[in-house]
Every structure is written in C-alpha cells, then in structure tokens.
Design a protein around this ligand. Structure first.
Ligand code: BEZ
Length: 401
C-alpha cells in the first residue's frame, strides 16, 4: 500500500488533509501517536548576536507555559529541536529546512527577526508546516503571505508604531525625525508611526537609517542635533537598543529633543541602559507594571523558574505555549486533524499577562497597545494608547481550511 507521509503540514496542500494518508499509514501514525510519541517542536530563534537575549526569553516563556501543563500539550510530551538562526535572513530557508526535512518537526516556533521570519514563512507555505511566530512583526507574514498554517502571537511592526504617532502629535510635537535599522522591522515601525502622526497633524521631516545590526550612531546623532526636530521616533531592540539609548544621552540630546519609540527600545534592557533610559516613553502591547492578578502570577512564576524578570519577549513565548495548548487540547494532541486544529487556534481566547487577546482573521493578535514610561528599572504603564488595535493585514486573503 502506498504511503504518502502526512504529518501536520508535511504537504504543500495543507487544506486537503483528508485524502493524503492511506488507511494503513493513518493507522500506523495514529498508533504511534496513541503509544505516546512525542510532539516535535522546532524552535528557530536567535541564540547569538544582537537578539540573543530575545531568543532566550521567548524559549523560557514557551517552556514555562508547557511546564505549567505538566510538560504536556494536548496530552503529549514535547521533544525540542533547536536552531540558532543568528538573525541572519540569508540562512533562514536552510535553517528552517533542517527542522522540517531533517528533524521532521510537527510545529515550527520562530522567530525574532522579520527577515528571518519571512524565510520561515516561505518554507511553511511550501510544506504546510504549522508555524507560530513569537516575535517578528513583518507585515507580510499576516498580510500578503498570510496562510491557514501561519499564526503570530506577538504584533505587527505597524501595530506598535502607529499609536505613538497620535501620542506625539497630541503633545504639539509635529516635526519629527526618525532613526532606525534599515530592514522590515524598522521600516514598518516608522511607517506605522508616520501614518498615526500624519493623521494627527504631524509629519516626519527626515528619516535616518542604519544597516542592521550596526550600532554606529554618532554621525546621525550629530545630524539630529543640527536638524533640531520637535522629537525623535525610533525602533531599536536588544543590544542595539542599549547602545542607542546610551549614545543618545551621551550625545547630549536627552532632555533637549524628546525621544520616543516602540517599546522594544526599553524592554528587557533597562538594567543595561541605566540612567540614560529614565523617563523614556514608548508604546507596546506589554508593560512590567500591569497590575492584574494574571500578570503578577506570571511574573512570579517566571522569576522563580529563571531567576530574572520577564519582559515582552518572555510573554510572547509564554503566549505561544498558551495558543498551541489551546489548539492541541481541542484535537487531543492529534496534529493530523488539521482543520480542527486550525479552527481551535483561530478561536482561542488567550488569557495573557499582557491582557486578554484574540486572533484576527489574518492570525495576528487584536490587542491593547499601552503607553509606558521608564520609572527606575520598570516600563510602567501610564495608559492605553490604542484599545484593541487590529493590524490592517493589507494584502491578506485567507483561504478557508
Ligand atoms: C523584528 O525584526 O520584527 C523585531 C525584532 C526585534 C524586536 C521587535 C521586532
């Protein structure tokens, strides 16, 4: 009897799951599963370089959610396959294929960098493998490249930049300079900010760019000093954010030209930034000081498990575990029930430390975006900059499962 392997998403045609296993193969697979085969999770994240801390926090958060469920999701134990993607888009297809073709993972979880994520999206679309993106905000993943097997538990770059445009303009700060890395995350964050700003009557007067992952800011900071804008908006994250905030202060700009950003500028990096970050205001879907029992219990559990404070990346990793748990519980761990699994993921209500969220039709969170201010070593929430913000998902036409 012919056997066409049909793990979750092992075929391009994810939508036509029903016919792709012969009865014998199906029986064999079900038997293996019933006998307790482990669910294979491919973690593709940065564990070295500028975004290494982000990859580690996501991993910790994901594993915490699993540990809280006794080490099982949908009744199945997990086996991890890990790849360091180095935040290098050129290696993304090959790295993703190692997990899909060599390790035969059931689920892909990754990644941080938007360019790398788009490489993963390409392979996920070709092979039908379930992909959950726990950070990268690239618009295309839930926009023109959206697909039934691609989900995101974090944000789009637009989503975290757009609300800050109005916050800044409403303060009478109308002429803004932007500075960021020249790749999708920086471009889309500035794009969102600029859209919100112009709707509220302001404008971006100059865009400054730095190649990723370079951190030589001096010449551009001198330029900002002579342009004298009303304010500066920026996207930097990880080690780059530490260097930028310190350099901004060292250049004598702090206190003279207000600096705003998406919250990645100050999340997970406040200890390293020290005094230079004090008072900075950012917009993000999380804040350290969210005073809810849910956030408090998460923070306690995370600190106990990892001896450190969680940040937005840890929350996103944790929520990836919650989303996958919701899906797998609905199908009792049987990843071959593809359309049921997708339906369960799509209608999940995630009780997150950030606040409850659901997924849009394009599979991206609809969520509150907070205004935060750095107080001591915390990103304190000072208000909600935009309630239940949904990414416009431009170009997404989702086929039904
Ligand atoms: C991105 O590449 O999409 C990204 C990286 C770090 C923080 C936020 C977004």
């Amino acid at each position: 009897m012919a056997t066409t392997p049909c793990r979750f998403g092992s075929r391009r045609d994810f939508l036509k799951a029903a016919g792709c296993l012969t009865t014998g193969a199906l029986f064999h697979h079900r038997l293996a599963w019933a006998q307790g085969s482990k669910l294979k999770i491919g973690l593709m994240l940065p564990y070295t370089g500028t975004y290494a801390a982000l990859g580690n926090a996501i991993t910790n958060g994901f594993k915490l959610a699993v540990a809280e469920r006794g080490g099982k999701l949908g009744g199945r134990e997990l086996e991890y396959f890990t790849v360091d993607d180095e935040s290098d888009p050129s290696k993304a297809p090959e790295n993703t294929n190692k997990l899909v073709q060599r390790d035969k993972v059931d689920v892909l979880v990754g990644t941080v960098h938007s360019g790398v994520a788009l490489g993963m999206v390409k392979i996920a679309r070709e092979t039908g493998t379930l992909l959950i993106i726990p950070n990268a905000g690239a618009a295309a993943a839930t926009g023109e490249l959206c697909a039934p097997n691609i989900f995101r538990t974090s944000f789009t770059n637009w989503q975290t930049g757009y609300p800050m445009g109005k916050v800044v303009a409403d303060r009478g700060l109308k002429n803004i300079v932007t500075i960021t890395w020249k790749y999708a995350a920086g471009e889309e964050s500035v794009g969102g900010f600029s859209e919100g700003l112009s709707k509220a009557g302001g404008k971006v007067v100059k865009e400054l760019w730095v190649p990723f992952p370079q951190v030589e800011f001096q010449a551009l900071l001198t330029q900002i000093g002579s342009l004298k804008p009303d304010a500066v908006y920026t996207f930097f994250a990880g080690a780059g954010a530490v260097k930028f905030v310190k350099d901004y202060a060292a250049a004598g700009l702090k206190g003279k030209i207000p600096l705003f950003g998406s919250g990645f500028l100050t999340d997970g990096v406040l200890e390293a930034q020290g005094e230079a970050a004090h008072g900075l205001e950012t917009t993000l879907h999380y804040g350290d000081g969210i005073e809810t029992p849910r956030n408090k219990s998460f923070r306690e559990a995370y600190s106990k498990a990892y001896k450190g404070e969680p940040d937005v990346y840890a929350v996103q990793g944790y929520d990836t575990g919650l989303l996958l748990a919701a899906g797998l519980e609905a199908v009792r761990g049987d990843v071959n029930k593809k359309s049921e699994l997708v339906a369960a993921l799509e209608k999940a209500h995630i009780d997150s430390p950030r606040g409850a969220w659901t997924l849009s039709k394009a599979h991206n969170p609809i969520q509150d975006i907070y205004l935060r201010k750095v107080v001591g070593t915390q990103n304190k929430v000072s208000g909600v900059a935009h309630k239940a913000l949904e990414d416009p998902a431009r170009g997404c036409s989702m086929k039904k499962t």
